[in-house]
Ligand binder design. Sequence first.
Ligand SMILES: NC(=O)c1ccc[n+]([C@@H]2O[C@H](COP(=O)([O-])OP(=O)(O)OC[C@H]3O[C@@H](n4cnc5c(N)ncnc54)[C@H](O)[C@@H]3O)[C@@H](O)[C@H]2O)c1
Length: 273
Amino acid sequence: MATRSLQDKVALVIGASSGMGRATSLALANEGAKVVCCDLRAEANPRGYEADIEKTTSQLIVERGGESIFEQVDISNTSQLEVAFGRAISKFGRLDILVNTSGYWAPFEEFVDETDEVWAKMVGVHTIGSSKAMRLAIRQFLKQEVDPKWGSRGRIVSISSAAACTALPKEVAYSATKASVNHMTRTAAMDHAKDWININCIAPGVVATGMARGNIEDEAILRQMKRSFPWPRLGTVDDITAAVLFFCLPPSSWITGQVLSVDGGMALGIPSE
Ligand SMILES: NC(=O)c1ccc[n+]([C@@H]2O[C@H](COP(=O)([O-])OP(=O)(O)OC[C@H]3O[C@@H](n4cnc5c(N)ncnc54)[C@H](O)[C@@H]3O)[C@@H](O)[C@H]2O)c1
C-alpha cells in the first residue's frame, strides 16, 4: 500500500463527535493520521445527519483500521484542555495537527436582549478555548522538527463562521466571538510563520449538521437562510472536510493566516432572488 499523506502524523480534533469534526476526524484518519477525538461527550449529537450515528468517531476510525482515542473535554475549560493535550502527547509521543471545530450557538435574539451568560459562554468556547488550544498545540509543535516532506512543523485549522465575515441579524455574540477566531488566525499566523507553523481557518455557511437542524427544519428560517447565499444548495460536512484536509496536506504548506469562506457564496454580498 502506498504511504498515505499523513502517515505517522498525530491530529487532535476538538468537536470530533459530530458534524464537521467527525467528518474531519475520519478524513484525517483515512490519510493515515492517528486521531485524538476531543468533545464534551463521545456520542454523536443525536440531531445529526450521520448514517452511522450510533457509533462514536473513535470507534469508526478503529473499525476502519486506524488509531484513535477519545478525550472528554469542554474547550472552555482550560485545565481540561491541558489534561487532554498531555494525555494525547503521552499516548502518541507527538502532535502535528490541531483542528478545532467546536462551537456554541444560541437561538437568534436581538443584541439588546443577549444575556451576560450567553456572552460569557461564547467568549469561553470561541475566544478563550480556541486561543488556549492553539497555544498548547504550538508549544508542542515547537518541540518537534520541521518535516521537510510535509513542509511544516505543525498545522492548525479552526472553524469560524460566515457570520464572522458578514453582519447577519440577531447573532451578535456568536458573530463577534467567531470573528475573534478569524483574527486570531491571522495574528497568530504572523507570529509563527517563522516557526514553519501553518494557521488557517474555514468560515462555513449553512451546513446540514445537528447544530443547524433546528433552523433547517423551520421553514421560515430556512427560506431566509437560502436567500442569504447564491449557491442553489445547503452545505454538507464533506464541503468543509475537503477544505480542512487541504489545509493539512503537503500542497498547502505555503499558505498561512487565511480565512477561507466555504459558504456557497454567502460572504460575497446580497444575492438577487
Ligand atoms: N452547521 C452550520 O450551519 C454552521 C455554520 C457556520 C459555522 N458552524 C460552526 O461549525 C462548527 C462545527 O459545528 P457543526 O455544525 O458540525 O455542529 P455539530 O453539533 O454537529 O458538532 C459540534 C461538536 O462540537 C462539540 N462541542 C460543542 N461545544 C463544545 C465544547 N465546549 N467543548 C468541546 N466540544 C464541544 C459538540 O458536542 C459536537 O460534537 C462549530 O464551530 C459551528 O459554530 C456551523
